[in-house]
Design a binder for this molecule. Structure first.
Ligand SMILES: Cc1cc2nc3c(=O)[nH]c(=O)nc-3n(C[C@H](O)[C@H](O)[C@H](O)COP(=O)(O)OP(=O)(O)OC[C@H]3O[C@@H](n4cnc5c(N)ncnc54)[C@H](O)[C@@H]3O)c2cc1C
Length: 293
């Protein structure tokens, strides 16, 4: 199918893009097009105007300042995949990228586009939730920051105004030597996850001193397993401990669709939570789900 007719705009500056978005009726931003183009072709979205961000200067790049990884919204997923800075400072993001679509989609797809599309099972959304990221947006009234926990407003709906553009993602980096594991269950490699789990652990003197565990794909937005996080801090990392505390993930409110029932998603949440923690704590064996793709 072909997309519906629309007027195309290619601003060169952020101010120009914000101006167009604020004045044109029924406009849609175009980043990598890997979700928007299928949505246009299937006529799920019918914009009168498409504003292309690809020529806007200064919206891509990766840098670290004062322990925060700052990533421009238009940074391609493939650039993140090959970034030594990302691999060294944010191994969870590096691992998760290996599950995002295919190299062809990662060549065009951007981090900002993935977060704004906000698929419940999108890997980068889960990583941002796990890392307590902050989203920077620009609009007619200036700029503002949104804590990632407040970013999902509903199914496929980010908490930004119609006239706002996401400009950057800020990810607080965990201390050197922290452990990270991202795993997911999907029908085929490269598909969106049905359920995923992202674990971050800091282990000092044989005890967990800090923990973050996030489950993606269960609800409309990734859920932090705070009960598990609190239960494991101060404990020695063991498979028995993780198996016991991860049972609490079965009580997550879960959605059902043609891919999986709510009960199956809850079951996957329990299993993947445990496996992610085991993998992060180097307790995992050589089971298929623990091998790198
Ligand atoms: C075959 C295939 C397989 C895929 N598999 C996966 C997968 O396994 N996991 C996964 O996570 N994704 C997957 N994707 C989606 C892919 O990751 C997309 O790149 C991503 O969802 C959207 O990013 P994009 O840059 O292409 O954004 P676009 O498609 O251009 O835009 C997506 C949405 O975000 C809005 N938007 C874009 N940028 C901004 C901005 N800066 N500010 C405000 N709004 C903005 C757009 O208006 C649009 O509504 C797959 C895609 C394909 C085609």
């Amino acid at each position: 199918m072909k997309p519906p007719p629309f007027q195309y705009h290619d601003p060169k500056t952020l101010a120009e893009a914000v101006g167009l978005l604020g004045t044109l009726d029924n406009a849609k931003l175009l980043a990598g097009g890997q979700s928007l183009m299928p949505m246009l072709n299937m006529r799920f979205v019918l914009p009168d105007h498409v504003i292309d961000l690809n020529l806007v200067e200064g919206m891509a790049g990766i840098k670290e300042t004062d322990g925060v990884l700052e990533i421009g919204a238009m940074t391609r997923q493939r650039e993140l995949e090959f970034s030594d800075l990302v691999a060294a400072k944010c191994p969870l993001l590096h691992q998760a990228l290996m599950h995002v679509g295919h190299r062809q989609t990662r060549n065009r797809g951007t981090i900002g586009g993935s977060l704004c599309h906000l698929d419940p099972a999108a890997e980068l959304v889960t990583v941002c939730m796990a890392h307590d990221a902050t989203i920077a947006v620009a609009g007619p009234g200036g700029t503002r920051e949104i804590a990632f926990a407040d970013f999902p407003a509903g199914y496929l709906t980010p908490a930004i105004e119609l006239n706002e553009i996401v400009t950057a993602i800020r990810i607080p980096v965990w201390p050197a030597g922290h452990k990270a594991a991202f795993i997911e269950f999907s029908r085929r490699h490269g598909d969106f996850a049905i359920v995923s789990a992202a674990a971050l652990l800091q282990i000092d003197g044989g005890r967990i001193t800090r923990a973050s565990l996030t489950i993606g794909g269960v609800a409309v937005a990734p859920v932090r397993a705070t009960e598990v996080e609190q239960a494991i801090v101060g404990q020695a990392p063991t498979s028995e401990l993780f198996a016991k505390v991860c049972e609490s993930c079965r009580s997550f409110e879960a959605m059902a669709d043609i891919h999986a029932s709510a009960e199956y998603r809850q079951h996957l949440a329990v299993v993947l939570a445990r496996r992610a923690l085991e993998k992060a704590a180097d307790l995992a064996d050589n089971a298929p789900w623990n091998r790198a793709h």
